[in-house]
Design a protein around this ligand. Sequence first.
Ligand SMILES: NC(=O)N[C@@H](CC(=O)O)C(=O)O
Ligand SMILES: [Zn+2]
Ligand SMILES: [Zn+2]
Length: 359
Amino acid sequence: MSTNFAAGSFQATHSPSSITITRPDDWHLHLRDGNMLGMTVPATARTFHRAVIMPNLVPPVTTVELALAYRERIMAAVPTDMTFDPRMALYLTQDTTAETVRAAAQESHVIGFKLYPAGATTNSAAGVRSVADMAPVLEVMQEEGVPLLVHGEVTEPEIDIFDREKVFIDRYLQPITEKFPRLKVVLEHITTKDAADFVAAAHDGVAATLTPQHILMNRNDLLVGGVHVHNYCLPVLKRRTHQEALQKAAMSGNPKFFLGTDSAPHVREKKETACGCAGCFSAFTAIELYAQAFAAGNALDKLEGFASHFGADFYGIPRNQDTITLHAETWQAPTIVEHGGETWVPYWAGRDIHWRVAV
Ligand SMILES: NC(=O)N[C@@H](CC(=O)O)C(=O)O
Ligand SMILES: [Zn+2]
Ligand SMILES: [Zn+2]
């Protein structure tokens, strides 16, 4: 398996041997719950200071009270030599009320609401069944300045899985951004040129997160030479022209595009099976892989804005004060992670990584 970069345009012409950037934040993260937090929290707090914690637990994190209790469990798992500031996303359901939105607006640890179309992804069964019917709640979110974070895929069985993001944008997101021009919207984990173009053209309050896998890979990395289950996530990897558009967006310096790993662990038995779960577990290698992609794109000078500035600016949160340093040094991503008697295969397992965080 090789990393696919467009021939010519992605050859580094100048590569420094180290780079120091403001400490980054991860604006899209799955930590899961319970015993696993002892593994997932240090993996992210190792390099990131703030993270948006996705609420797709079972049962989902639908209220401020549930989110604050979950946040406490996360904080209890932060190692004493690390700092971490989780910002909680609440799970938007068909029954979310205006009062819940107003309560969320008052709570600084809550960052916004996550819209999962019901059935679109892992633990989305409690998600939204009719986006149109959510208009009154979106109105209150706009009034209260509460951001809407979106898994942007339709779920209609007749729509091809590779078209589901574009159709969601055309059917739902474009109308939402027109109807609510002051609503802050993050289109999460974008995977297509259509999404990048939509976000670039939309009003200033519309932004997108980009994952390492969608920048570094395309659907060949999922399907050529066998099914590569550890590269399977949703929205699914797209063709190379889309990958190139995402690389361009991430490395453009446009503040609408910022880092969100979508690190999403599933135990090994749930990935390496006949019907494997969606999600790439990238926390152990995330900032290093972004650095690798930006270096290959001769755009290391754009990494800090993407990883450490634009997300904080979008959410109106101060940028971090401290820094991290990455060195040009080749090492191998872990092949396996074990914790509490369970096993995970991380994203990029066993493969070379050319940047390493100084400890
Ligand atoms: N991205 C994924 O493939 N999976 C995520 C859910 C999500 O972010 O859609 C998960 O929670 O496993
Ligand atoms: Zn998602
Ligand atoms: Zn996710």
